[in-house]
Design a protein around this ligand. Structure first.
Ligand SMILES: [Mg+2]
Length: 393
C-alpha cells in the first residue's frame, strides 16, 4: 500500500456535452451541460478526478463553469501545492482562506483529492467518509421535456425498463394553473405505478405556493421541492406547517451551507433537505449538512447538478454513508447526456442506482472522452441556456 503524500498539481478544464433532449426548468432550458473536470496529482503518483457542474451557467446560483475554472486555476490550485493531501480539513480551511464562497469550485477540488487519496490507499472513497450504509438507492428521473405526451412516454419506458418509478416534474415556467393541469395529467397517467414529485425552482411567491400546492397534492404529488425563493424561509416555514400532514416540503436552493441548514432546522422550515455536493462545498460538508438534518429529524434526498458519472459517483459515495431517513436520489445526470466520461457507468438494477465499489469513486475516467468534449478543443466560448420563454422586463 502506498500512503498519502503531498499534493503535486491540480488542473481544471471545462467540457461541453450535449443533452439527449432539451431539459426545461422554471428559469430556462438547457441543451448541453458544461461540467468543470478537475484532475489532481499526489507526489506518490496517485491521481484523482473531481467535477463541478452548474445548470445553465450561473442561472441556478452565482457560480458558472467559467468562474469555477477561474477560481481553481488562479486561487485554489496554487494554494494547495505541497500541502498534505490526507489532511482534508486543513485543505478545506486553506481553500477558505484563499477564496471566499465559491463552494462549487472547492467541491470539485476536494472531490479530486478524496478520489486520489482513496486510490493511494486502494480503498473505495466511502471508507474515508464514514463507511457504507447503503449499497443502492432508489433513482428518480426528471420529466422536463416541456411536452406532456413526451414526458408520459419517457416515464412509461423507464418504468418498463425498471430504471425509475419516482418521477420529478420541473414546474414554474408556465402559469400555476397550467402547471396544475399538466401535473394532474401526468399524475393520472402514472397513477398506481409511480411516485410523482415537483420542483418549482423558486418560481413562486409565498401566496401562490399556499394557493396552488394543495391542488398539486390533491393531484397526487407527495414531495414539493423549493416552491419559493431561496431567501423566503418564512414561506417555507408556513408551508411546512400547513401541508406537512399531506406532503413533504423539500429545501434545495435555500440549503447550501451548514449555517443555512441550522437556520432551516431551527425554524422547522422544511421536512427534507436536497443534498448536493457542489452547493455544500464538498463531500465532507455534505456530511455536515446531513448531520444537522439528522439531529433535527429532517430527511434527505440525494440531489444532482446533472453531473457526469464522475460527480455522480462521488455523490453516490457520500450518500451511501448517510442514514436511512431518505427519499432516494436523482443521480441521473449521466443518462441525460449523449455520452459519458467513464469506461462504465454505475448500474441501475430494479429501480435503484448501484454504488460502485472500486477504489476512489469506483469509476474509471476515459481520457479520450475528456479530450473529445474539452471546450479548449471544441471552440465554444460560453455556457448556454435558452431563456426564450422568460419575461425580459
Ligand atoms: Mg432542485
Amino acid at each position: 500500500m502506498i500512503g498519502p503524500s503531498p499534493i503535486e498539481r491540480i488542473e481544471a478544464r471545462i467540457l461541453d456535452i450535449p443533452t439527449i433532449r432539451p431539459h426545461k426548468l422554471s428559469f430556462g432550458a438547457i441543451s448541453r451541460q458544461s461540467p468543470v473536470i478537475v484532475q489532481l496529482w499526489l507526489r506518490n503518483g496517485a491521481t484523482g478526478f473531481g467535477e463541478a457542474a452548474t445548470i445553465g451557467g450561473p442561472s441556478w446560483n452565482e457560480e458558472s463553469p467559467e468562474s469555477i475554472w477561474h477560481a481553481i486555476q488562479t486561487y485554489l490550485a496554487p494554494a494547495l501545492v505541497d500541502q498534505d493531501g490526507a489532511a482534508f480539513g486543513a485543505v478545506l480551511a486553506r481553500m477558505d482562506v484563499a477564496c471566499k464562497g465559491n463552494a462549487f469550485a472547492k467541491s470539485a477540488v476536494e472531490m479530486a483529492l478524496i478520489d486520489a487519496v482513496s486510490r493511494s490507499l486502494n480503498l473505495p472513497a466511502y471508507q474515508l467518509l464514514g463507511g457504507k450504509r447503503h449499497q443502492s438507492l432508489p433513482l428518480v428521473w426528471t420529466l422536463a421535456s416541456g411536452d406532456v405526451a413526451q414526458d408520459l412516454e419517457e416515464a412509461q419506458l423507464r418504468l418498463q425498463q425498471k430504471r425509475h418509478r419516482i418521477f420529478k416534474m420541473k414546474i414554474g415556467a408556465r402559469t400555476p394553473q397550467q402547471d396544475v393541469a399538466v401535473v394532474s395529467e401526468i399524475a393520472r397517467g402514472l397513477a398506481g405505478k409511480a411516485t410523482l414529485t415537483v420542483d418549482v425552482n423558486q418560481a413562486w411567491d409565498g401566496h401562490t405556493a399556499r394557493r396552488y400546492l394543495p391542488q398539486l397534492i390533491d393531484a397526487g404529488v407527495t414531495l414539493i421541492e423549493q416552491p419559493v425563493a431561496k431567501w423566503n424561509v418564512e414561506a417555507l416555514k408556513t408551508l411546512s406547517a400547513e401541508l406537512g400532514s399531506r406532503a413533504s416540503i423539500m429545501a434545495d436552493e435555500t440549503v447550501c451551507t451548514p449555517q443555512d441548514a441550522m437556520l432551516l432546522a431551527r425554524g422547522q422550515a422544511s421536512h427534507v433537505f436536497s443534498l448536493k455536493v457542489a452547493k455544500h462545498g464538498g463531500l465532507l460538508r455534505t456530511r455536515q449538512v446531513a448531520g444537522i438534518a439528522e439531529a433535527a429529524d429532517i430527511g434527505w434526498y440525494g440531489g444532482t447538478m446533472l453531473e457526469t458519472s464522475i460527480g455522480s459517483a462521488a455523490s453516490a459515495h457520500v450518500f451511501a454513508t448517510l442514514n436511512h431517513q431518505h427519499h432516494g436520489c436523482e443521480l441521473f445526470g449521466p443518462q441525460l447526456l449523449v455520452d459519458d466520461l467513464v469506461t462504465a457507468r454505475m448500474p441501475i438494477v430494479d429501480f435503484e442506482l448501484q454504488l460502485p465499489d472500486g477504489p476512489g469513486f469506483g469509476v474509471e475516467v476515459d481520457q479520450t472522452q475528456l479530450d473529445r468534449f474539452d471546450r479548449a478543443r471544441t471552440g465554444l466560448h460560453t455556457t448556454h441556456i435558452d431563456l426564450g420563454h422568460q419575461a425580459t422586463a
